[in-house]
Design a protein around this ligand. Structure first.
Ligand code: ATP
Ligand code: PAF
Ligand code: BAL
Length: 281
């Protein structure tokens, strides 16, 4: 496995890879969720390229950019074990020579909702760095987790709308046995907060169960809200919404997505699940 930190080194390492290349983009602090993306890439592409970069562009001024966990030595070990061929771990100057870019990807209206509403500019920052990494890695396939569902849909949409020659592959969310979605930010949680964080997955589970019983969209959402409120106190809900799987506005029926975001102490967590609603009569 080769570690590269400059775009010249990356270009050289990339040129040596023959066959298809799958990229897994990360901000490091790798966990079993990332490892699952790496495994999917290993299975579906001839070579695996991992990027590790805590992208300042996608953090708001009062967010956790400075305290975000940086664990490069451990991350490289995970990548090596998972059979990655190349790891690109650039510094800030390498990604943004001469400062932050003036031109950024506009995520469109769906980028202003949900995460984009709570984190203004977030998806401009995400899509800008993702597009740059597509250009630099020239990957054939790109693997993104469903845990960041809105991000996955917007990356897909960007690839389609801007003719990026890459196949975007979504990978199901990896969870702890008790339901908590794995997330690098789980490292911030104290033990009591860890228990409180289960409110998110409990809400999603209740929504799935209500849909399986044939309840309509309003009842499914109400069941999810009740389960969120019934969890260990302390989680502050940001949003809990039931939408069309492509995040298109309007009434939902059939396949849908239930998405939740909440603060647990100083930590903001997100989660989501597929829901299948009975067709409206
Ligand atoms: N539990 C998970 N299951 C599947 N994919 C995941 C999971 N957690 C993260 N990923 C995916 O890994 C990729 C890199 O994500 P990132 O490095 O931000 O990790 P993260 O755990 O989502 O971090 P954070 O806690 O900051 O949100 C993204 O495509 C993300 O969706
Ligand atoms: C896609 C990404 C690596 C862009 O910085 C980040 O948003 C993430 O880790 O999900
Ligand atoms: N996991 C998505 C990246 C972020 O929250 O900044």
């Amino acid at each position: 496995m080769e570690l590269v930190t400059t775009r010249e080194e990356l270009a050289k390492a990339r040129a040596a890879l023959t066959g298809t290349v799958g990229v897994v983009m990360t901000m490091g602090a790798l966990h079993e969720g990332h490892e699952t993306l790496l495994r999917a890439a290993r299975e579906q592409a001839d070579h695996v390229l991992v990027t590790i970069f805590v992208n300042p562009l996608q953090f708001g001024p009062n967010e956790d950019f400075d305290r975000y966990p940086r664990t490069l030595a451990d991350d490289l070990e995970v990548c090596r074990r998972a059979g990655a061929d190349v790891v690109f771990a650039p510094g800030r100057e390498e990604m943004y020579p001469g400062g932050e870019p003036l031109v950024r990807v506009n995520p469109g209206p769906h980028g202003e909702e949900l995460e984009g509403h709570s984190r203004p500019g977030f998806f401009h920052g995400v899509l800008t760095v993702v597009l740059k990494l597509f250009q630099l890695t020239r990957a054939d396939l790109a693997f993104f987790g469903e845990k960041d569902y809105q991000q996955l849909t917007l990356v897909r949409r960007m690839a389609r709308d801007l003719d990026v020659p890459v196949r975007v592959v979504g990978v199901p969310t990896v969870r702890e046995p008790d339901g908590l979605a794995l997330s690098s930010r789980n490292r911030y949680l104290s033990e009591p907060e860890r228990a409180t964080a289960l409110s998110l997955s409990a809400a999603l589970r209740a929504g799935v169960e209500a849909a399986e019983q044939g309840q309509d969209a309003a009842a499914v959402l109400a069941a999810a809200h009740r389960a969120f409120g019934a969890g260990t106190p302390g989680a502050e809900l940001d949003y809990l919404v039931l939408t069309d799987p492509d995040l298109e506005p309007g009434p939902v029926s059939g396949p849908a997505r239930l998405l939740v975001a909440a603060w647990v102490g100083a930590t903001r967590l997100i989660d989501n699940t597929a829901i299948v609603l009975a067709p409206r009569p």
